[in-house]
Design a protein around this ligand. Structure first.
Ligand SMILES: *Cc1c(COP(=O)(O)O)cnc(C)c1O
Length: 399
């Protein structure tokens, strides 16, 4: 009959979720208390201040939406947009396409600025679109395109938005904690993230933050926010009401214990150290992959350290390799999406998963599986591991 579910022990090096730290898992197993308990309200205040730290912002409206990253995305769009608005949307992968969906479902018009998958967002093309559509009141883009492993220049894009009188809307689901991100310094107006990528918490929570300009837009809407659950005017009374918090919905209490612990871990490490650790692990992984004579898809200047798009070599069955990594090595990596299906593997080095052991595990596993697959090229795993070790050693020496 039925029995308890005991998941296998995997190493998660895909596009998310990433490995969850034992500290976070332990936090989530603590006793559930009421979501209006004074102790819980104290925890909510701490989560808010830790999120302000992680986003580098003093925005008052900074909170975790009780649902995954996609809900954070939806939250930002439904609160800021009204029917008839025009939004310039940058699309260079799957998640830019989802932004378009959200804009249109709000009854607004999406002016698309497309770049090929694997390329970064073309700032000049964005500026041209803003010039051509002076009625646009928002610019939306993805900071870390998880479908391709591309970083966009969020600082320049946010500055452009402000120069053209637009609010900047930023998808930071994969960027938060993994690469430099400064909401206040860069003038970002609305941003959403996810718990399960570089924060290494369990999936299901989406941190969001809104600037004062964005809050003014929400307060001065002509129409009601189409979603009751995500209406920030109502949620603000719950997350921002001080000791007078009123019931809006039941917060996912234990999930928030986990988020708190994961943010605490980030705070203890420090943002700069976390960004540096992700970069170092990526450089070692890239050196090891290069030693196997396999290419990375994305140009060096805008690669994401936390998501590596590795080109599948000629004659290799993409899905078969991924299946072997999972079955023989308990190692999860991701497949390509959309037009990159079958052409790339997506290897995540996110949060708790970005460590030396995982880099070495991945290189050993990939090398072994390729060798066993009858690949015509000679696979030298020890050379690949040595290339990665050199990067780690150099980082130690320079510390
Ligand atoms: C994962 C991801 C999302 C969606 O987050 P979910 O938690 O899966 O809903 C949105 N945008 C980007 C860039 C992502 O990587």
């Amino acid at each position: 009959m039925h029995s308890s579910f005991c998941p296998p022990q995997r190493t998660l090096m895909g596009p998310g979720p990433s490995d969850v730290s034992p500290r976070v898992l332990a936090a989530m197993a603590r006793p559930t208390i009421g979501h209006l308990d004074p102790q819980f309200i104290h925890l909510m205040d701490e989560i808010k201040s830790l999120l302000q730290f992680a986003f580098c912002t003093r925005n008052q409206l900074t909170l975790p939406v009780s649902a995954p990253g996609s809900a954070g995305m939806e939250c930002v769009f439904v609160n800021l947009l009204e029917p008839g608005d025009t939004v310039v949307v940058c699309r260079n992968g799957a998640f830019g396409g989802r932004m378009k969906e959200n804009v249109e479902r709000c009854g607004a018009r999406a002016v698309m600025v497309d770049s090929p998958w694997g390329e970064t967002i073309d700032i000049d093309a964005v500026e041209q679109a803003l010039k051509d559509h002076p009625q646009a009141n928002a610019l939306a883009f993805v900071h870390a395109e998880t479908s391709t492993g591309v970083r966009s220049d969020a600082q320049s894009l946010a500055a452009l938005a402000s120069r053209y009188g637009c609010l900047s809307i930023v998808d930071a689901v994969t960027s938060l904690g993994g690469i430099e991100l400064r909401v206040d310094d860069w003038g970002i107006d609305a941003i959403y993230s996810g718990s399960q990528k570089c924060l290494s918490c369990a999936p299901g929570i989406s941190p969001v933050s809104f600037s004062d300009r964005a809050v003014a837009r929400i307060r001065n809407r002509k129409s009601r926010v189409q979603s009751w659950f995500l209406d920030m005017n109502l949620v603000m009374g719950y997350w921002g009401g001080g000791s007078k918090r009123s019931y809006h919905h039941t917060a996912p209490v234990n999930a928030l214990y986990g988020l708190h612990e994961s943010l605490l871990i980030l705070h203890e490490e420090g943002l700069q150290s976390s960004w540096a650790r992700h970069k170092n692990c990526y450089q070692a992984l890239a050196a090891g992959v290069d030693a196997l004579e396999i290419n990375l898809l994305v140009d060096k200047s805008y690669r994401l350290p936390q998501l590596n798009a590795i080109e599948v070599p000629e004659g290799i069955d993409e899905a078969a390799v991924r299946a072997r990594l999972l079955s023989d090595w308990n190692l999860e990596i991701g497949a390509g999406l959309g037009e990159l299906t079958g052409k790339i593997w997506r290897v995540g080095l996110m949060g708790h998963s970005a460590n030396q052991k995982n880099v070495r595990l991945f290189l050993s596993a990939l090398g072994s599986v390729l060798a066993a697959s009858g690949w015509e090229r000679k696979v030298d795993i020890s050379q690949s591991l040595a290339a990665a070790a050199n990067v780690f050693n150099d980082a130690e020496i320079n510390r």
